[in-house]
Design a protein. Sequence first.
Lengths: 91, 221
Amino acid sequence: MTRLMRSMGLGLVMLLSAGAHTLAQNPQSEFVPVTPGAMQESIPAAPLVFAAYAFVWVALFAYIVLLWRRLTKVERELADLDGRLRSGKRP
Amino acid sequence: MSIVNRLLPIAILVAVVMFVRAPFVINNAPYESTMGLVQKIFYFHVPAAIMSFLSAFVCGIASIVYLVTRKRSADHVAVAAAELVVLFGLLVLVTGPLWARKAWGVWWQWEARLTMTLVLWMIFVAYMLLRRFGGAGSDVLAAAVGLFGMALVPFVYWSVNVWRTLHPTTNVVMSLPPEMLGPFAWTSSAFLVLYLVLLAVRVRLEATRAALEDAFLASED
């Protein structure tokens, strides 16, 4: 009895998986034409490419400007301090 | 006048020319068959990633030299390189999701390459915060952080080959066709020249700050 039930269970599982496999492989039975004008990119690429390049240019330019300002400020302070030390004045 | 100061104006000119020409070079590159126009972000995204990895190595090696020798020039290079990891890493972390939105349909995935790149960037942000707010002794602690960041780079690079990820593998660059390899070489060279210029100027800023501190202390005596 146990062996019979086991065989029936196995057979049922095989039948179900064969059915699922068949369903997955069923080809499309009809073609539906697209609505004119509906065929467009869901995510347009151009704005993303533009945003990427714009960000790179802006970020690099901003960093260069900030770096230059920091450098000139420190160099000016050093020159000022050097001048004061040479003239004997305390800062 | 040191050799760096003599070469700096030439390097700046070269970088400007290469970056101005880059959009034309990229425009001439062919479209990729599956990704189309959005793949052209590759020509800035990958060189920025290469520069961030390079800068992490420069920071790590300078940190080792500083820890062993306590030479201030090594510390200046380490700080400069760490700041550039943050800059170029930011470029990678912004251009990547813009590309991913089109290529994968999502802005971000918590997969190995993306997550480790974000962690690498955060490590060097922590380095800069430590130097800014850490007070006395932060130079030595930051050097250890820089070392740790450098050690992470090989894991970030190889992650796409070891784990199943959405991100393209390292084989993509090695197998570029000539029509794409030319523009990639151009933009990579432009980024390298720019990186060297920025590193030189940033090191000069650190050295000048140190000279200002020394001069101020000398004036107090």
